[in-house]
Design a protein around this ligand. Structure first.
Ligand code: NI
Length: 406
């Protein structure tokens, strides 16, 4: 919430901040518990059990096993209001296939699996938000649904949760969610209307040429030469087909071909990813890549197979809900400079599927603290964040609930 050397007097003349700050030891304890037992997508059984145990202990109604390992908790407000609304809060639960390199008491207990993106913190924030709201039901009207979502890192748990009905019964009117963010310093909050994160699409191009002797190329179709032309041609898509005002990325991440110095490769396999913000481009890249690959292969006498997956759409924030989050964030950080609109990233998030269905806002909670060596990038084996950000996350969620539902 504050830079470490900033004043820490609560500015809000209400009980929320002291009540939330009192939860900080529980927040940290629960985050560390989850951190020690990281689980990959759709395998979050211990994580789900830990969440469910707390919800049961606190007598918060909840449904388990939603889209395998997901959980939905519901907290009913007791305040009266002209129109009762339902706000959803979403937190992802999964870890990554990374060996943790941090030497901390709460280090991952599982070889090769690590919470290297902060989802352990998201679980703790959402859980303690549920607890706070269950203790303050008289302070808000309507309903709050807390969605614990599996498999954000892939293959994606948002879509199956939506298909399982989490946005209905009662219908969700708006949704918010956050990502602890080491690209922003502690004490800042990244809030932006419109496109925040990019669409994620993945492709594999399998080229079939004709192998042969390295000294007799005229008898072959060299899959490496064909693949090289494709890699070069793909660079022109962003450079020459996309409006320069739009941002987009086409990255070839893998190029596998060949077995020996004196053998011409008969096959080559390229894989890569496409990123963009503009939803109008949803059908563009697949078609364009196919056209380029087909043309080059035809000109060289090769054949190909293109496997193209549209993984996540772009994360698009609703202007009204974003204004609400921005107002809350501005109150909390006390200075408009602490609310950072320039926080777009070409990273992707399946929060996008929720935001396609209902208006909402996904935002970044600054969590980097270089003074404490807590500034490694996400998905790094030494990733960790400043845990004082956890209480700020709860405070933002609670204030959004009170502002939206009342
Ligand atoms: Ni993440």
């Amino acid at each position: 919430m504050f830079a470490t050397n900033a004043p820490t007097q609560p500015i809000a003349p209400d009980k929320i901040r002291p009540s939330v700050q009192a939860l900080q030891p529980l927040l940290i304890a629960f985050r560390r518990q989850i951190h020690q037992q990281p689980e990959l997508g759709f395998q979050e059984h211990l994580t789900a059990a830990a969440i469910a145990a707390k919800l049961t202990e606190w007598q918060i109604p909840h449904q388990i096993g939603v889209a395998h390992t997901g959980i939905v908790a519901m907290i009913q407000g007791r305040k009266t209001s002209f129109r009762l609304k339902t706000l959803a809060i979403r937190a992802d639960m999964d870890a990554l296939p990374i060996q943790e390199a941090n030497d901390v008491p709460y280090k991952s207990q599982r070889d090769g699996v690590m919470h290297a993106c902060g989802h352990d913190g998201h679980v703790a924030i959402a859980l303690m938000t549920a607890y706070y709201l269950s203790q303050h039901q008289n302070d808000f009207a309507g309903m709050v649904k807390i969605i614990f979502q599996p498999a954000e890192e892939g293959p994606g748990g948002a879509k199956p949760m939506i298909e399982a009905g989490v946005l209905t019964n009662p219908d969700v009117n708006a949704i918010i969610g956050l990502h602890l963010w080491n690209n922003l310093p502690l004490g800042t909050i990244g809030v932006r209307s419109g496109a925040l994160m990019a669409a994620v699409e993945l492709f594999t191009i399998a080229i079939q040429g004709k192998g042969g002797h390295g000294a007799m190329p005229h008898q072959t179709v060299d899959a490496i030469v064909v693949g090289s032309q494709i890699v070069t041609a793909l660079q022109a898509i962003v450079a020459r087909n996309i409006n320069p005002i739009d941002s987009a990325v086409v990255t070839v991440g893998e190029f596998h071909a060949g077995t020996a110095k004196n053998v011409i490769a008969d096959t080559a396999t390229l894989t890569g990813t496409v990123r963009y913000f503009n939803p109008d481009l949803a059908d563009f890249f697949q078609h364009r890549i196919d056209t380029i690959v087909a043309g080059i292969c035809a000109s060289q006498g090769a054949t190909y197979q293109l496997n193209y997956v549209k993984l996540y759409p772009p994360v698009i924030n609703d202007p009204k809900i974003t204004d609400l989050v921005k107002a809350v964030a501005t109150d909390i950080v006390e200075t408009p400079l602490g609310v950072v609109p320039a926080c777009q990233t070409m990273g992707g998030e399946d929060m996008a599927f929720f935001l396609e269905r209902v208006p909402g806002c996904y935002f970044f909670l600054g969590a980097a603290n270089p003074d404490l060596s807590l500034a490694y990038p996400h998905h790094h084996p030494r990733f960790d964040f400043d845990e004082t950000a956890l209480a700020t996350g709860v405070e933002i969620f609670v204030r959004c609930v009170e502002k939206y539902c009342n």
